[in-house]
Design a protein around this ligand. Sequence first.
Ligand code: URA
Ligand code: SF4
Length: 229
Amino acid sequence: MTLSVISKKISTCKECLLHKTRTNTVSGEGSEKAEVIFVGEGPGQSEDLAGRPFCGAAGKYLDELLQKTGFKRKEVFIGNIVKCRPPGNRDPLPVEIDACTPYLDQQIEVINPKLIVTLGRFSMNHFLPKCGISRDHGKVFKKGNRLYFPIFHPAAALYRGQLKEMIEADFAKIPKILKDFDKIMENKKEAEDKNEDIEDKNKKSSDDQSAMMRDLEDKPIQSQMNLGL
Ligand code: URA
Ligand code: SF4
């Protein structure tokens, strides 16, 4: 599988009703070898017209944040939870998210990034269902062999001073998270070993155990304090 094969499938997709009102699909763009990917919510009007992610006002601001942090747009990958514009920029519906996120999951599998930066609540909750954006933005989460870093959506932060300060402070942490990736993963192994201990001791039903794993997994990693993040 390659990103362009996935984009081709998306371009003719009719899996949800958003296909009826779209101008163009917006599959996402960037490097197939990106270490970090940014996942927004869905195309707005500019993106729907251009067929490219984050190319309107929010996109200009995202470009600014990327540039300030030393990233080039073409070395990262920028995608969305849904690939067709929800009419009038309404929130995507659960049924639309369910229909579309298999594409995002395939893109992630191909790219195999170290870090997924989620932009806004919908993106965060796809990966971290238990998180709340106000409480958990700017914290690092580990799942499997990847790290997740929820931040505010640039469109929400753009015109709101306080959120703007927060998104900029969070964004500035990204290079350090990547730099410390191996160290953070080491700590993860320790945490996982501990989880196994807990499960062995409690000998709970397998359902209870997986619920417990999710609870533990949707908590930010302890090591962010040691890392000075
Ligand atoms: N907002 C998003 O969530 N995604 C885009 O691509 C553009 C704006
Ligand atoms: Fe297909 Fe996603 Fe577009 Fe729905 S939003 S039609 S699932 S590409």
